[in-house]
Design a protein around this ligand. Structure first.
Ligand SMILES: *Cc1c(COP(=O)(O)O)cnc(C)c1O
Length: 374
């Protein structure tokens, strides 16, 4: 039974549902120069590095703003004028990295595959072999546009073998899917507080190789998004250069406690995988089709193809689900009509069963009989 909930569950690509403990952690003010805040900030940064297996080799540098701010800071700081990046695109977030480089006037080429097709490591290998001027490769771990999982380990292996540098947008995987710098070599992995880490929105961060960061002085196109400057200032006095999102840092610290208590990345990934399974099986049981085969699906957000039935109108479907306490998301595919239902955030199987039950009620009310795509 789907019961109405006053604050809706966020079954979206972000921001996501947070736990009561995470929200409670935001209930006090912090002085940005206070020793307690500085210690908390240090602790959060160390924990983020540990999640990525980067102790000794990498540092965590936080950036105010949404995840895109951190992606822009990394590209602007690590891909200087005079080098050339290869951007792998199979959705909106890969395209966004190319757009960022374009606006900054940095040199790049793209390797694009359809939204339901991961980039092949062999093609990356061939592209790098063909153009010695390429110094960096930028790739999205899970393209949240579709929910597709890109083969990050294989791509990292090729990039390392060709002695190029890898930048990973790990926004919608960090904390739920393993990414270990000792096994998957990268210069930077970028994520934010409010996806799989289940903190509050308002800050992004990058896990950056020390050597890559230390040689990036003066590269950045921007003052506020200069990751080198943010890092050296923070190492110097423990403080953020500009007003820190204090409540968001506190929420992330609490959220990281909960990640530990849950059993770390493996346990969180297992919960999301169970969420994804309940959602996908439930929706298939109602006749819906997923865009992706299960083998390509990340356990974070699922794209469903829009039913062929003319009685199905997304706006009406969305509003009726919202009225039952479930916020879903429109599709973002360029080719097929679709919608998305997320399974990350502070959610479990009851919420997944709940949204499936709500979908069943709503399609019944709308008079949709054919839920398969055209
Ligand atoms: C959410 C997300 C981002 C960042 O989006 P913001 O709206 O700026 O937080 C970047 N890349 C991927 C893959 C994402 O899922």
């Amino acid at each position: 039974m789907s019961t109405k909930r006053r604050v809706p569950w966020l079954l979206t690509p972000g921001p996501l549902t947070t736990s009561a403990a995470t929200k409670e952690a935001m209930g006090r003010d912090w002085g940005s120069r206070d020793a307690d805040f500085i210690a908390m900030n240090r602790r959060v940064r160390d924990r983020l590095v540990a999640i990525a297996g980067g102790e000794g080799s990498h540092v965590a540098v936080p950036v105010q703003g949404s995840g895109t701010f951190a992606v822009e800071a990394v590209l602007g700081t690590l891909v200087p004028d005079g080098v050339k990046a290869l951007v792998l695109i199979n959705g909106a977030y890969g395209r966004r990295m190319a757009r960022i480089l374009e606006i900054m006037g940095r040199a790049y080429v793209t390797l694009e595959t359809p939204e339901d097709t991961p980039p092949a490591a062999a093609e990356v290998d061939a592209a790098l072999a063909a153009d010695p001027a390429l110094t960096h490769v930028a790739v999205v771990h899970c393209e949240t546009t579709s929910g597709i999982l890109n083969p990050i380990a294989e791509i990292a292996e090729v990039v390392a073998r060709r002695r190029r540098r890898l930048i990973i947008d790990a926004m919608s995987t960090f904390g739920a899917l393993p990414l270990d710098a000792r096994e998957v070599p990268f210069d930077a992995a970028v994520a934010s507080a409010n996806k799989c880490l289940e903190g509050a929105p308002g800050m992004g961060f990058a896990i950056v190789g020390k050597e890559a960061l230390a040689t990036s002085r003066g590269n950045a196109h921007s003052l506020s998004l200069d990751l080198f400057d943010q890092w050296t200032a923070m190492e110097g006095n423990g403080q953020w250069r500009f007003t820190p999102p204090t409540h968001v840092v506190a929420a992330l610290d609490a959220a990281l406690d909960q990640l530990d208590a849950e059993g770390g990345v493996a346990a969180r990934g297992a919960r999301y995988a169970a969420n994804c399974r309940v959602l996908t099986e439930g929706m298939r049981g109602l006749g819906f089709h997923t865009l992706l085969p299960d083998a390509l699906q990340a356990p974070t957000i699922v794209t469903f193809l829009t039913p062929a039935d003319a009685a199905f109108r997304f706006e009406e479907f969305y509003a009726a689900l919202a009225g039952r306490g479930y916020l879903i998301y429109p599709g973002k595919l360029t080719k097929a009509d679709s919608f998305r239902i997320g399974c990350m955030g502070a959610l479990g199987e009851p919420e997944m069963r709940g949204v499936v039950a709500a979908v069943a009620e709503v399609v019944g009310e709308m008079g949709v009989t054919r839920t398969a795509p055209g």
